[in-house]
Design a protein around this ligand. Structure first.
Ligand code: SAH
Length: 343
């Protein structure tokens, strides 16, 4: 069955025309799905009962089930565990910032990239998410909180560029003015560095922010943390970053998870300064979140701030990722792992 929430308005019109349904019906159904955010055809009250029944039997209607929602007592962050129609689980996070509400979504069930410090990848990748399943994380959160969402980051479970076509379709639906109409500038896609896909993304003419999970400044060290470094060198990554900036005019962000004694030495600082200056990247430092399956430690708050200050002194634009939802398994993949272990 066709997954109706993954269709663009043009495709939906075409579908309906072929089924002898009036064109304006497509507009109504699209609006119910992508603006009013309803959970089923039955809620589409300006359609006749017959038509709703017919659509229910002819189309797959993606609607994620909130399996768990944990709200942080510290900062109001809410971590969601969603159940998909095939009983797989994905995680998303709702965060309140001064500049608006932000949602972090997953792009796959699990991940096959194998980064050593990451909880999402331990059991590999079960499958990629459909565009509708990425969208509905946002829609379900918007329904649950009743609040407007202005920023979306694709930084949850999975490697978004390993699910490229669905990601692009998801972005087109999310930025559609007939849908939630979120500006491309307010959408960030984070990648461990799939070079050919980074270049393809640069050519899409979308205004997305691209974040590169760098985490190390020499190939040797990066290979110890991220298996993908065996495939693409830092030199190739920097060329892809430069290309992205040239094509889109958008500054790249480097994600850099600080692991005590591993990537926080003076040589690391110097290397990071060089790379960030070269491609005019913004650096986002993430104090590593220790996961119980691995032995990575974070440095002290002071050490992290000192690292940041030195980068700043070197002229680099840098922030430390604010840690939200510390009391609710805020870090990627932890909630799903707990659920799976319970079962
Ligand atoms: N696959 C994408 C998005 C996933 S994770 C990517 O690799 O970018 C989002 C960010 O969190 C990435 O920078 C990832 O490397 C980082 N991350 C994953 N586990 C972490 C942990 N335990 N501590 C700190 N950062 C982590």
């Amino acid at each position: 069955m066709v997954d109706i929430k993954s269709l663009t308005i043009e495709e939906l019109e075409e579908e309906f025309l072929q089924k002898d349904l009036k064109r304006f019906r497509a507009g109504q159904v699209y609006d119910w799905m992508h603006v009013k955010l309803v959970r089923s055809f039955d809620e589409m009250t300006n359609l006749s009962k017959d038509l709703r029944d017919r659509l229910s039997s002819e189309y797959e209607f993606t609607s994620l089930k909130v399996e768990r929602a944990q709200e942080s007592a510290i900062d109001g962050t809410i971590k969601f565990l969603f159940e998909l129609s095939d009983k797989n689980y994905v995680e998303s996070v709702f965060m309140r910032y001064k500049h608006g509400n932000s949602v972090c979504i997953s792009s796959q069930v699990g991940c096959r990239m194998g980064c050593r410090f990451c909880a999402s990848t331990i059991d590999g990748c079960e499958r990629s998410l459909l565009p509708s399943e990425m969208l509905d994380q946002i829609y379900a959160i918007s329904r649950y909180t009743g609040e407007r969402i202005s920023n979306v980051v694709v930084m949850g479970m999975g490697e978004p560029l390993d699910n490229y076509d669905n990601l692009i379709r998801f972005v087109k639906l999310l930025t559609d003015e007939k849908g939630l109409n979120i500006s491309g500038r307010n959408i960030t896609v984070s990648t461990c560095g799939l070079v050919p896909k980074m270049k393809m993304l640069a050519d899409e003419k979308l205004t997305l922010t691209l974040a590169l999970s760098l985490h190390a400044v020499t190939d040797e060290k990066r290979k110890q943390l991220m298996p993908i470094a065996n495939k693409y060198s830092i030199e190739e990554l920097m060329e892809a970053c430069a290309y992205y900036f040239e094509k889109t005019g958008r500054r790249i962000s480097f994600e850099y998870s600080l692991v005590a004694g591993v990537n926080d030495t003076p040589e690391d600082l110097e290397g990071l300064t060089k790379l960030a200056s070269r491609v005019k990247a913004h650096v986002n430092l993430i104090p590593v979140n220790p996961i119980k399956e691995r032995d990575f430690r974070r440095g002290s708050r002071e050490a992290i701030i000192a690292f940041k200050n030195k980068l700043e002194k070197n002229g680099i634009n840098v922030t430390i990722r604010r840690e939200m939802g510390q009391d609710i398994d805020g870090a990627c993949g932890q909630l799903r792992r707990r659920k799976l272990t319970e079962e």
